[in-house]
Design a protein around this ligand. Structure first.
Ligand SMILES: C[S@@+](CC[C@H](N)C(=O)[O-])C[C@H]1O[C@@H](n2cnc3c(N)ncnc32)[C@H](O)[C@@H]1O
Ligand code: SF4
Length: 394
C-alpha cells in the first residue's frame, strides 16, 4: 500500500432503503412516496459546488456512494452526481468510484448502467449465507440471490467487495468457519467482515434488553475473531484494517483516506467531512492549515430544503484543535495493520507518544514498532483496540 498524501475523497450519502434492517443505525429512511431523484441530483450538485469553493484545486482520487442503499438510485442520478464532481474538481484518471449495493436481483439489473455512468467498484451487503439468518436480520434477499448479484458484479465491475456480519446470535465458530470458507470461494480482492454490534435504539437493542437476543459471550467472540483472521490470511486476504480484508493492492482506497487521516468532502444528508483550509495543506495533516470537521443535516427532506435555500446542508463546521486532530489520527490510524507514523503523530500533537506506555503495551503483546518508525497494533491487540488507543492518547 502506498500512502498518497494528496489523496482526496468525496463521500456521497443516499439516505433511503426499501426497509429498515433491525440491527442498523445508519442514516437510512424508508419512504412510501417515490423519491424525486432530479431534485436530489440538483441538491448534491449544489453542495458539491459549495464544498469545492472552500477547497478548490483538489484532484479527486476516490468517490464513494454510501447509504442507505445507493443501488436504489437510477444510473442517471449517479451520472449526474459524477458530472458535478468533475465540473468542480479534477478527477484522477484512475479514480476509484465505489457504490454500495444491496444484493437483490432487481438491483443487479442496474449494475451495467452504473458501470456506464463511471462506477468501477461495488460493495455488496451480503451479510450472511444462511437463509434463516438472513430472515432474522430482516434482509430482503436469499443467499442464492445475493451470490447471483455477486456474480453479476464480478462480470460488470473490475473490482468488488462484499460484507458479512458475524458474532451473530447463537453463532458457533465451526458453522462460521464453513460459512466464511464458502464466502471466500466467491470473494474477489476484498471482503468486509463486521462483528454484530447492538446499536442503541434499534429493534435488536430492544430484543437484547428483553433477553430475547443472545449475542456470543466474550470467549466465543474471541474465537470467532481468531478463526476469521486465520481463515482469511490462509486464503490470501489478511486484515489490512480491523474489519476489512484484502489481497495486497485490493484495499478500498476510499476508506484508506479516512483511516490515514487524509482529506474528504461529505456530501448529502448526514455526511461527515474533513476539509483542510490554509496554505500548502492539500491532504496533509501536519501542515500549517486548519482542519475542519463538517457535518450536514441528517433528515433527508430538511437537508434538501436547507441546500435549496442556503446552497449547502451544513449543520456543523468546527476547526479541530491540535489535540482533537492527533487523537483522531491515532484512533483512525491504529485500525490499520500498517499502523501510524510515530513522527507524524509527534508533529501533529506537539508531543511524542509516551515511550513508557508503548513499552508496557509491547510487553503485553498488544503493539509493536517497526524499523520504519511505525507503531502498529498486533493481532491479539485488535480485539482490545479501544483500550490501546485510550491508553496511548491519555
Ligand atoms: C450502509 S450498510 C450497507 C449497504 C446496504 N444498504 C446493505 O445493507 O447491503 C454498511 C454495512 O454495515 C454493516 N452493518 C450495519 N449495521 C451493523 C451492525 N449493527 N453490526 C455490524 N455490522 C453492521 C453491514 O454489513 C452493512 O452491509
Ligand atoms: S443495513 Fe443497509 S439496507 Fe439495511 S437498513 Fe442499514 S443501510 Fe438499509
Amino acid at each position: 500500500m502506498t500512502d498518497d498524501e494528496q489523496a482526496f475523497g468525496v463521500y456521497i450519502h443516499w439516505p433511503f432503503c426499501l426497509s429498515k434492517c433491525p440491527y442498523c443505525d445508519f442514516n437510512s429512511h424508508v419512504r412510501r412516496e417515490p423519491i424525486d431523484e432530479g431534485r436530489f441530483t440538483r441538491a448534491f450538485a449544489a453542495e458539491i459546488a459549495a464544498t469545492a469553493a472552500r477547497v478548490p484545486g483538489r484532484t479527486v482520487s476516490t468517490i464513494f456512494f454510501g447509504g442507505g442503499t445507493p443501488s436504489l438510485m437510477q444510473p442517471s442520478t449517479i451520472g449526474g452526481v459524477l458530472d458535478a464532481v468533475a465540473r468542480h474538481w479534477r478527477v484522477a484518471p484512475d479514480a476509484e468510484i465505489t457504490l454500495e449495493a444491496n444484493p437483490t436481483s432487481v438491483e443487479a439489473t442496474r449494475f451495467r448502467g452504473y458501470r456506464t455512468a463511471g462506477v468501477n467498484r461495488v460493495s455488496l451487503g451480503v451479510q450472511a449465507l444462511d437463509d434463516r439468518v438472513l430472515a432474522e436480520l430482516g434482509r430482503m434477499h436469499s443467499a442464492r440471490e445475493a451470490l447471483d448479484a455477486v456474480a453479476v458484479a464480478r462480470t460488470v465491475f473490475g473490482r468488488y467487495s462484499f460484507d458479512l456480519i458475524y458474532a451473530r446470535p447463537n453463532q458457533e465458530p465451526k458453522a462460521w468457519a464453513s460459512e466464511l470458507k464458502c464466502a471466500l470461494a466467491e470473494a474477489g480482492e476484498h471482503l468486509s467482515l463486521y462483528q454484530l454490534t447492538i446499536e442503541p435504539d434499534t429493534p435488536f437493542a430492544a430484543l437484547h434488553a428483553a433477553g430475547k437476543l443472545r449475542v456470543p459471550d466474550e470467549d466465543t467472540s474471541r474465537t470467532l475473531y481468531d478463526t476469521t483472521q486465520e481463515i482469511c490470511a490462509a486464503h490470501g486476504l489478511p486484515a489490512y484494517e480491523i474489519s476489512n480484508h484484502a489481497r495486497p493492492g485490493g484495499e478500498c482506497r476510499h476508506n484508506l483516506v479516512y483511516w490515514r487521516g487524509h482529506e474528504y468532502a461529505g456530501i448529502g444528508p448526514g455526511a461527515h467531512g474533513r476539509l483542510n483550509h490554509g496554505r500548502l495543506n492539500i491532504g496533509r495533516l501536519d501542515s500549517d492549515g486548519e482542519r475542519h470537521a463538517t457535518a450536514t443535516e441528517k433528515r433527508p427532506e430538511a437537508w434538501l430544503s436547507q441546500v435549496e435555500q442556503q446552497g449547502h446542508g451544513l449543520v456543523s463546521d468546527d476547526v479541530l484543535t491540535r489535540e482533537e486532530r492527533s487523537d483522531e489520527f491515532l484512533l483512525m490510524g491504529l485500525r490499520l495493520a500498517e499502523g501510524i507514523d510515530i513522527d507524524r503523530y509527534a508533529k501533529l500533537s506537539g508531543r511524542p507518544l509516551d515511550p513508557a506506555r508503548i513499552a508496557m503495551l509491547h510487553e503485553h503483546g498488544l503493539v509493536e514498532t517497526t524499523g520504519e518508525g511505525r507503531l502498529r497494533v498486533t493481532l491479539p491487540g485488535f480485539p482490545v483496540l479501544d483500550a490501546v488507543v485510550a491508553d496511548l492518547a491519555a
